[in-house]
Design a protein around this ligand. Sequence first.
Ligand SMILES: Cc1cc2nc3c(=O)[nH]c(=O)nc-3n(C[C@H](O)[C@H](O)[C@H](O)COP(=O)(O)O)c2cc1C
Length: 250
Amino acid sequence: MPPHASPSDIPTPKTAFKASSHASDGKTHILLAATGSVASIKIPLILSSLSKYSNISIRLVFTTSSLLFLPPLTELLEIPNVDGIHLDHHEWPEGLSSTPTEAELSDTPEAVPSDTPEAETAIWAKIGDPILHIELRRWADILIIAPLSANSLAKIVGGFSDNLLLSVVRAWDVGKVIAVAPAMNTLMWDHPVTGRQIGVLEGEWGWFRVLRPVEKVLACGDSGSGAMKEWSSIVEWVVGEMKLTVEEGV
Ligand SMILES: Cc1cc2nc3c(=O)[nH]c(=O)nc-3n(C[C@H](O)[C@H](O)[C@H](O)COP(=O)(O)O)c2cc1C
């Protein structure tokens, strides 16, 4: 098996990401996310194709499960216009659960003691510090989740927010679009609960666009619907939606 991505590829930065520092860069801000489906192997192709467009800035959010299907993350940072990769551990100090207790929340100034290494990182330490998932939502002009796993689909519809991606989705400004490209086994896609969940996204939540799966032989050998929409069609959709252009001489 080729080497795959690991959370340690991207240590927690020393300084916090702030959307306001990029607000007047004149670029279209594309937040691209992947979840734990084999179709995440298409992320490098999506990025390489998007990277040729002018005046765009791409940031990436990956769930931990998706990392199994991605190359070492530093390789993705070498693609033009990829300006950052954000992972779960960039929000939370090691050893703290993603669901802090009441006691932890009421004791926030001491949550990260000033003499610990965490105090030198971008992890939130005190009131007023930037909160990564909120900053990413402020920064993004669009969020694309390609692929979207059955698990993350269910969590989105259920309102869960127990990782960085789901927190961005849960805190989303519904005046902006979230596009999702579901990818799962045919029987998962055909399960009635999937239909209900897609129905919520398409029928009730007007800020979602579902880039529906296609039929093919899946990675598991089953044949039928559930495969992620062709990566080039996803790029084509994003280019049209965001009116991306290639400037001459670029
Ligand atoms: C090799 C492998 C392939 C998988 N492919 C898919 C898939 O295509 N779609 C899917 O919904 N889940 C798939 N899963 C299961 C998800 O990875 C699992 O439900 C995981 O919890 C998803 O987490 P996430 O939604 O936080 O990324 C796969 C798991 C493995 C081990």
